[in-house]
Design a protein around this ligand. Structure first.
Ligand code: ZN
Length: 254
């Protein structure tokens, strides 16, 4: 059979099958469209429409930060600093003996006793006084946690009361035997049995603060601090003495 005869037979056959091929192609096209549509429902679109974005964000939780500027919490202070923070040496020294460490000789020995003492020289919630000369920044873990909680509660309170943020300043921490001797040389009245020798006790200034936001110079900062300290004392976490001469709160963990 010659090639032109084969072509003639093929063309005749195609004419005969033309309708069937046409219907077959249509059916195949519809089937493919159905499959593509189904896949589009299963797989999420990489670029959601604007309507879809609105629906999704409507399910996100509302931020729970307090709106300090909207309704600031009131500042009440305490009725009397002396009455609210009366814990004298005889009370505090008992807790210092209970929770404290053996007195440390000097700074080098404090650094060696890492299993008993925590270095508190760097913390976002409070500042160690740059001029702190007669003590070293170490506390027992219980007292270090208390100090951090006071610093954090203070920032929280300032925020909810709408007061510019300030950090408390720690003016005295652990006194080594060397520090105590030097203090006694300068001040004969300095107690050799100070709570500061045991790592349980620290002082927080009430008349100086490290400002984070706009500086505040009136008594507002002291009022808020006294509220925070009163709460910690009432929770049974510490003993506190209001020290008028030193301008600080003298605090021992309990
Ligand atoms: Zn003190």
């Amino acid at each position: 059979m010659r090639i032109w005869q084969i072509i003639l037979i093929f063309v005749a056959e195609m004419r005969r099958l033309k309708k069937k091929i046409y219907y077959g192609a249509c059916a195949l096209t519809f089937a493919m469209l159905a499959v593509v549509r189904q896949c589009a429902h299963v797989l999420p679109d990489d670029n959601p429409t604007e309507d879809e974005v609105v629906v999704e964000t409507a399910h996100l939780p509302t931020p729970s930060l307090p709106k300090a500027s909207a309704t600031p919490h009131p500042i009440r202070s305490v009725h009397s600093y002396k009455d609210c923070f009366p814990d004298a040496q005889d009370v505090q020294i008992v807790a210092a003996h209970r929770w404290g460490v053996r007195p440390v000789r000097d700074r080098a020995q404090a650094e060696e006793r890492k299993d008993e003492l925590v270095f508190i020289g760097s913390n976002p919630y409070y500042q160690i006084d740059r001029g702190m000369a007669s003590s070293i920044p170490y506390l027992v873990p219980r007292a270090a946690l208390l100090l951090q909680d006071i610093g954090r509660s203070y920032l929280d309170s300032l925020f909810v009361k709408g007061v510019p943020l300030h950090r408390i300043i720690v003016t005295s921490v652990l006194r080594s035997e060397e520090d105590v001797r030097n203090l006694q040389k300068r001040n004969g009245n300095a107690s050799p049995e100070s709570c500061h020798r045991f790592g349980t006790t620290f002082d927080i200034a009430y008349n100086r603060y490290a400002h984070v936001g706009r500086p505040v110079t009136n008594d507002t900062l002291k009022w808020v601090l006294s509220e925070v300290l009163r709460d910690k004392r009432q929770q049974g976490r510490c003993y506190i003495r209001y020290e008028v001469k030193q301008g600080c709160f003298h605090i021992t963990t309990r």
